[in-house]
Design a protein around this ligand. Structure first.
Ligand SMILES: [Zn+2]
Length: 375
């Protein structure tokens, strides 16, 4: 008789319509499941964001954290969903609903794994759950605030699993062990507007920008860290001109989205941008949106891979692609971080869903990790 607890936790969570940053009672549900298992909830709520740390009393050393988010992205047009997005309908062994893969399903599996181990009185490492309702939004008051609280209390975990849907074709085939960093730049070139037949009386802001744009797209970012995509700089917006063909534009605004390989740091990225803009009259607004992180090859990575192999027979691929994740906040505090979760074929889409069987497999993997983890 297979256990069915992960799917039922997932159903409960999906029925709480927690679009960022509204937690909509999801964490009260987690508390109701975790309290009988001996966990105590420490809320770290900021504004409309619900953050919680769940720990068992007195546990400090040899600690493994599970980090996740209860918030989900908006549904889009509800009438286009095959089932109502917050009804959590199970049909043909598939659970339908917003958050099924990203990432209420993953949280449900961690809960089910804890229940399985604790109710059987199996020995296990100390566990933290670090849960936020602000991951899909700006992530300003979410996991970063949890990490700050842990640092204040000297309670940082020794390692962390982030339950984001890392898997591709089947559960466990891909884990993420790092992400590139993100730098976003707004630049305004100031010239002087004028008549295009009298260019000697004007300064064309597009002409000021053009050589800079060319240099920005040809930066040599230096040696990349292996295993990560290279640093890329994409010009994503250009605005200039009045619409009239005979007016020289006085200003030109551009924006850049730079994803940087951990072989370089924010200061290094900034230096390249300044060099590209050298001797040009430009106002720069450079934002370090996310730090790059990389969990090195070694014991924690091998430990997680071994758990996946034991439970599924799969040889896991370690990946570093995609955008950024909340793992960066833990990694910045020195915690080794691995993202391991469900498949991601329908995340953020209309009709998000997950196979019930996947929930059971991920529960097995999480239980193996929780049971065997030691520092
Ligand atoms: Zn997510």
């Amino acid at each position: 008789m297979p256990e069915l607890t992960a799917p039922s936790h997932a159903v409960e969570l999906i029925r709480r319509a927690s679009v960022t940053p509204d937690d909509c009672g999801c964490q009260d549900y987690l508390e109701s499941v975790l309290t009988p298992l001996g966990f105590i909830r420490t809320p770290i709520n900021i504004g409309s964001v619900t953050n919680s740390i769940y720990m068992r009393n007195g546990e400090r050393s040899g600690c493994l954290a599970f980090a996740g988010h209860t918030d989900v992205v908006p549904t889009g047009p509800v009438e286009q969903w095959p089932h109502p997005p917050f009804a959590a309908i199970v049909e043909d062994n598939t659970l339908h609903g917003r958050g099924a893969q990203d990432m209420k399903g993953g949280i449900a599996c961690w809960l089910a794994a804890l229940e399985r181990l604790i109710t059987k009185n199996l020995p296990l490492s100390s566990i933290q759950l670090l849960i936020t309702s602000d991951e899909e939004g700006e992530s300003i008051d979410g996991t970063i605030r949890i990490v700050e609280a842990l640092q204040r209390d000297d309670a940082l975990p020794d390692a962390a699993i982030v339950g984001e849907p890392s898997s591709s074709a089947q559960v466990g085939d891909v884990i993420r062990r790092g992400r590139r960093g993100v730098v976003q730049v707004a630049a305004v070139f100031e010239g002087r507007q004028g008549h295009s037949a009298y260019p000697q009386d004007a300064v064309n802001a597009i002409h000021l920008a053009a050589p800079v744009l060319d240099r920005l797209t040809h930066i040599d970012w230096g040696e990349a860290m292996p295993g990560f995509p290279p640093t890329t700089c994409q010009i994503t917006n250009i605005q200039a001109g009045t619409g009239a063909i005979n007016v020289i534009p006085g200003t030109c605004s551009i924006s850049l989205d730079i994803r940087y390989n951990p072989g370089i740091d924010f200061e290094g990225v900034q230096k390249h941008i300044f060099e590209a803009c050298n001797n040009v009259d430009v106002i720069l607004d450079i934002q370090h949106q996310a730090e790059a992180f990389s969990t090195p090859d070694g014991s924690f990575l091998n430990f997680v891979k071994a758990a996946i192999q034991r439970m599924t027979g799969i040889k896991t691929k370690r990946d570093t692609g995609g955008g950024t994740s909340d793992g960066r906040f833990l990694a910045a505090a020195g915690v080794p971080v691995i993202e391991l979760g469900l498949t991601n074929s329908t995340i953020h889409q209309i009709g998000e869903c997950v196979a019930v069987n996947e929930l059971n497999i991920l529960t097995d993997i999480y239980a193996d990790i929780i049971q065997r983890f030691e520092v």
